[in-house]
Each structure stands twice: as structure tokens, then as C-alpha cells.
Design a protein around this ligand. Sequence first.
Ligand code: ZN
Ligand code: ZN
Length: 361
Amino acid sequence: MRALYRQRLQALRELLARQRVEALLVTHLPNIFYLCGFTGSSGALLVEPDRATLITDPRYSTQACDEVHVARVRVAAQGLLTAVAGLLAGRRRRLKLAFEAAHVPVSQRDELVRRLGRQVHLRGVAGWVEALRARKDAEELERMRASAALACQVWTEVLPLVRPGVRELELAAEIEYRMRRAGASGPAFDTIVASGARAALPHGRATAKQLQKNELVVFDWGAILRGYCSDLTRTVFLGRAPARIRKWYDVVRAAQQAAWAMLRPGVAAEAVDAAARSVLQRHGLARYFTHSTGHGLGIEVHEEPRLARRQKTRLEAGHVVTIEPGIYLPGMGGIRIEDDLAVTPVGATPLTHVPRELLEL
Ligand code: ZN
Ligand code: ZN
């Protein structure tokens, strides 16, 4: 791992040089984890041309020394920013320092300016480390494959428990418990179990509602394993599905396949979204598709690239994305199918492997 972290820091330094800044203060924790492996919840990583320094608070001193081998570790008793100011004090000339504007609250930004204003030229920036993170290396792909496999395994375990009378919350608890038991550090997000009319809510968190016969049930779940997320959705029907529900399901599945077939390097993210949308359009269902077709996945559950309208980003080998078209019919329920795919030099390969046909339970 040490060599990988060095490579990632090197790629960041090349980006800093292109952007004509000398250092970046990284404060977004997923970015810190990506660059040096630190998993604590309090830290700032100062990346300079010739060194990197992780500043954390005393609660994490042992953990930081165990986890971080590519940066010096400094323990700050009086606040991270005070420590950063201390590190930069006494520099002979003004330094051009970038900071992650979206991840520094205004109050802290003011403090940065107040403490560092004289020593450094500050520049708020966005998305620099995230841009590097979008393209996964072999180690990351391996972890993501394992995270997806774990989530798939749990699905096969939980399916037999899905029946009328069971509460959404019980099924969500089973999914999360089994993911943890299989080694996950936790769920990637609050598990969604939405049944009946509630399935028309794209982000319906599980409630005490009992599943009933002749209902659609949408499950959306994922694990965090060794720092990497998985994210899947499956829709089942309790009983024999009426013809129109089968028809709708097949259209959503065809929309997923159409978007999936678009995945290869060079294709614009908006074209993948358009492919799913046009299938739904042909069947008069596009207006019920109320979110984007997919999103990048990795250390965070929503990353670059976003597969949505007006997203010009071009896909690259190493991107990992979800493809998750869905339709939501108020009062009736909803249907969504979501899989995780890695873009390869010639197309895309799925990380998730559970059947995609409509299950009638
Ligand atoms: Zn999802
Ligand atoms: Zn998703």
C-alpha cells in the first residue's frame, strides 16, 4: 500500500504544479484516506512538494502512527488549523497554498486567513483530489469487487426472509447486521426498504410498515468494506405480478441495459443518462424517472462521474459507476434496478452479480 499512496501523492503534486500552487491543505476525510490511509475522523493533510504532514488530534495519535507511513504525523493539542499555521510559520517566502473550499466551513476559512494571511497566499479550490479518485487503481478495483460481492451475498441470505407480514425495518436490520457480520465496517448508507405505495419514494428509508401481498418492494443497500462502498437496488413483487407491472419492470431493465451498453472510455456521462431515458421515453415512462441514471462510487457512495443530464465528463477506464434507472408511480409503487460497473478499456464489467429478473415471491 505504501507504494500506492506514494503514487497518489505524486499524481496530486503533478496536479498542484500544473495549477501553479505549491501546497494543498486536504481537509475532506475521504480524500485524506485516499492519499495516506488514515481512517480517523479528525485530520488535515498538508501536501507540499517534498513532504506530506498529517495533523490529527491526540485521540488519534496511536492510530495515525499505525496507519500512515507516507506522511509525517503531528499531533495537535490546540486545533488542527493552529497546528497548520505553526507548520507554515517561519517560511522564508510567501507560499501559494490551496485549500478545499467545499470542506472548510466559513468560520475556519476566516481563521485560516487570519492565522496564515501574512505567510501564505490562500486559494480555495474544489474537486482536485476527487478528480484523481474517480479513476480507480487495481487495488481499489479489488476492494470494490469484494465490497460488491459481500452485498450480493447478503441479498441471497435475506431473500428467504422477504414475505408478507415482515416489517421493512426488520429486513433493513437483517441486511445491515449480515453485512457487518461478513466483515463490512458498516452500511454505505441507510438501507432502503420501501414497500407498496412507499416504493414510489426513490429514497424511502425503512419504516415499521409490514410488507403485504401484491406489493412491489424496493431494496437499496450497500456495504463499506476496507474503505470502499457498494450500492445495489433490487425490486421484488410479493405474489404473481400483474401484466402491467411485468411490462414496467422489463422497460426499466431495458433502460438499464441500454445505459450499460454505452459504458466505454470516451463516452460523455450525459450520453449514458440519455440512453436510459430514451428507453423509458419510448414507453411513455420518462416522466416517472425522477433522478439521474447513475453516479461514481468508491470511498464515498456518490462520487465523480455523475451520469446525469448536462454532464459532459468523458468516461475513462477505471471509473466505477452505478446504473440505476427507476420509475416511481405515485400511489402505485416504484421499480428500480441498480448495479455497479467498472469501465474497462473496451467497455464495462459488472461488480455486482445477482439476478436482475423480476422476482415474484
Ligand atoms: Zn443505491
Ligand atoms: Zn446509487
